[in-house]
Write a new protein. Sequence first.
Length: 320
Amino acid sequence: MPESTSSICSIYVLVGADRYMRREALMPLLKQLDDGTGLFDPVRFDGSDVALADVLDEVRTATLLGGLRVVVVDNADSFISANRAAMERYCTEPSDTGCLILLCNTLPRNTRLFKIIQSSGRIVPCDAPKSGAVAGWIVERARVAYDKRIAVSAARNLQEQLGNDPGILDTELAKLSAYAGDRAEIRGEDIQALTGHHREEKVFAVMDALSEGDTRSALGYWQQVLDTDRAAPGRAIAGLAWGVRRLLQARYDWEQGANLGSLARSMYTNPDALRRRLEMASLDDLEGRRRDLLEADLAVKTGASTVETAIERFIVKHST
């Protein structure tokens, strides 16, 4: 084994609401548990529909060659809830020939099971980075996973474009790494070429249709976002709010005498197109859109509306 057997626990719990982060924590753990024989093959169960006896029979069954029997239970929250007392007994005296790995969203610290596993096994937090730490996570992920440098400013740009979901960000980093090719650095212009330009086109197409009073087209462009954006509909309100903020700031700057050409370059469009957008939407119009998107976001987060319904209502209100 890569590690001595004394450093291996009989039970691990990988805890976190983000499935991607749990998977990322599981991969190095399985590598650590691999005995190097080429026969390592963990047994996997879905905790939502597996019987306790099946899991414990597997983890207690010795392997023919004497290595650890590794059993992974994904979606283990319901499995733990249904078998808490039995799991407490097992974790108090776990098999010395098996390793049980539970992947779950939560494991409250005030439970007896948490305390038992904390003393006899290992609990691995798998939390996604907080919003303020996402850019740093992107920089580190690019270095470790793709051997690429990315400036913090470029990482923040990517976060602004895609949000905070680490799985989505990692997928985009893979694309950006391939796009950069032999270059050691992922640049801001790479992000704009692959990520930002497409996003702006979709968002501003909705905004343009709203300003023109074209409800049908606005709803059509919104449907295109749903059809093509991996993060939609979850990122839809944030994406539209981002577009409104961009236009609102450009309108303020333009009224204060900013050069239209410079504003257009910063928004990756041409001056004529930007002028048309700014002339079609007044400051009051844009402030109203921003306010209504905040209300839509609150409605979704409190369960008063779905994302799809909230956005459709927003479009109908601001295009009629």
